[in-house]
Design a protein around this ligand. Structure first.
Ligand SMILES: Cc1ncc(COP(=O)(O)O)c(C=O)c1O
Length: 434
């Protein structure tokens, strides 16, 4: 790419193409490690684990589609309408309406090519430069937040983020902390009057935090008062895929844009996500899909349609995924305790309330985790350095040491990989103390 760019006459394009973004660097490194270095202990990526019951279910459904013949031919032979497959969207609206009492119909639903695409569309539709010359930002009420958002703004500085409060629900001696929303900071950010939407992932990637029902209700209230939407990214939680270990009520209101995805059910290869929002937002998603790619892939929607029609899709989480990932989380936490205590480092970990990650805080680390990442890579352990997730903060927060002391670790990998990886991380962190 770099040899091509200097010949382009457009400096803006050149700048955008040459900028090596966090998510690009990361996906590149993770992808190469996975394909080129089988010895690498892969605690870095966001791939779902192979959950045997789920895999069987997916295979059976694919066999059924093939056996039906004409259903398979329609699935691969037709473009769907850009807003999504009508029977799929209608079935999903019906399921959510009847299960949760949300007042929605198919006009509130849009399909996108994964949640990642949905956020690109939503953030740039709502935020950035507007025709009246104003510039509106996306407010992240609790930073650290999902790295995948960081470079999505077509304009620079699309995000403004609030530092969290750090709490110790069971005391500091437990070594388990939890971020909570600093509502004073959120209100102060909203008071500036240039916010287009509030956006938050629940459960949060990278930390496994789940905003409480009270926090969600208050954010929704603040968004409504400001006349802006609340975007809730439910890549992991309830109603599906249900990788959530704490009580959290699925939330939607007419001012909410909720995103769901089939990826963490075990179908990231189908690139299927669902946006539930006001009809004008859903139809804008459809318009953007038409412009960017004509239509979405059909395969995910056709695979999942009977599970949506029967309501089965709501049961996979409680029945298979939640117990699977919870066991993995507990196991990894046990190994983390053993390794970190044995290494004698000052460590803490975020409460594991959902998703696939542990968020390890190395409190006496003398080097940035970006440097620790390189050292660990040489020792054949791949992690994600925490710095990537602290975007949108005020420059005065550069001095906050916490943003250079955390690692994201995927605990869903095979046992030996996670156990050895945690031991090597603890030992290297001990060598890298201040
Ligand atoms: C919080 C969060 N949101 C959105 C996504 C995007 O997922 P997908 O595009 O596969 O739906 C991810 C992927 O890991 C994620 O962790």
């Amino acid at each position: 790419m770099s040899s091509l760019v200097p010949s382009l006459p457009f400096s803006l394009v050149g700048q955008k193409l040459t900028g090596r973004s966090g998510i690009l660097a990361l996906m590149d490194d993770l992808g190469k490690a996975l394909t080129l270095d089988p010895q690498m202990r892969m605690l870095g990526g966001g791939n779902p684990a192979a959950v045997p019951e789920m895999q069987t279910c997916i295979r059976e459904r694919m066999a059924e589609l093939l056996a039906e013949g004409s259903a398979f031919d329609r699935m691969i032979g037709n473009y769907d309408p850009p807003q999504g497959n009508p029977p799929f969207c209608a079935a999903l609206a019906k399921l959510l309406r009847e299960t949760f009492g949300w007042k929605i119909g198919p006009e509130n639903v849009a399909i996108t090519t994964g949640g990642q695409t949905a956020f690109f569309y939503l953030f740039n539709l709502l935020g950035g430069r507007h025709a009246d010359g104003s510039f509106r930002k996306i407010l992240l009420p609790l930073c650290p937040e999902y790295i995948g958002y960081a470079d999505q703004g077509l304009d620079e500085s699309l995000f403004v983020a609030c530092k969290p409060q750090i709490t110790w629900p069971e005391g500091e001696a437990s070594r388990v902390f939890k971020y909570t929303v600093d509502f004073e900071a959120v209100s102060a950010a909203l008071a500036k009057g240039n916010i287009a939407a509030i956006a938050v992932s629940r459960p949060t990637n990278p930390t496994g935090n789940v905003l409480t029902d009270a926090e969600v209700a208050r954010l929704s209230q603040l968004a409504t008062s400001a006349g802006i939407p609340l975007i809730l990214d439910n890549a992991y939680g309830a109603p599906f895929p249900g990788v959530i270990f704490t009580d959290a009520t699925p939330f939607w209101s007419p001012g909410t844009i909720l995103t769901l995805s089939l990826s963490k059910l075990g179908l990231p290869g189908t690139r299927t996500a669902i946006v539930i929002g006001p009809p004008e937002i859903a139809s804008a998603m459809g318009a953007m899909t038409a412009i960017a790619g004509l239509a979405n892939g059909n395969i995910g929607q056709q695979l999942a349609r009977p599970w949506v029609e029967s309501g089965e899709i709501l049961k996979f989480g409680p029945r298979w995924l939640c117990p699977f990932y919870r066991r993995k989380s507990d196991q990894a936490l046990g190994w983390m305790r053993e390794s970190c205590d044995r290494a004698g480092i000052d460590w803490a970990v975020h409460a594991s309330e959902g998703a696939f990650f542990h968020w390890l805080w190395l409190r006496d680390l003398a080097i940035p985790t970006l440097e620790l990442y390189e050292r660990l890579k040489r020792l054949k352990v791949l992690v994600v350095p925490g710095e990537y997730f602290f975007f949108g903060l005020d420059p005065q927060d550069d001095a906050w040491p916490h943003r250079r002391q955390c690692l994201r670790l995927n605990f869903a990998q095979p046992e030996q990989v996670v156990r050895e990886g945690l031991e090597i991380i603890a030992q290297e962190a001990a060598r890298s103390r201040g």
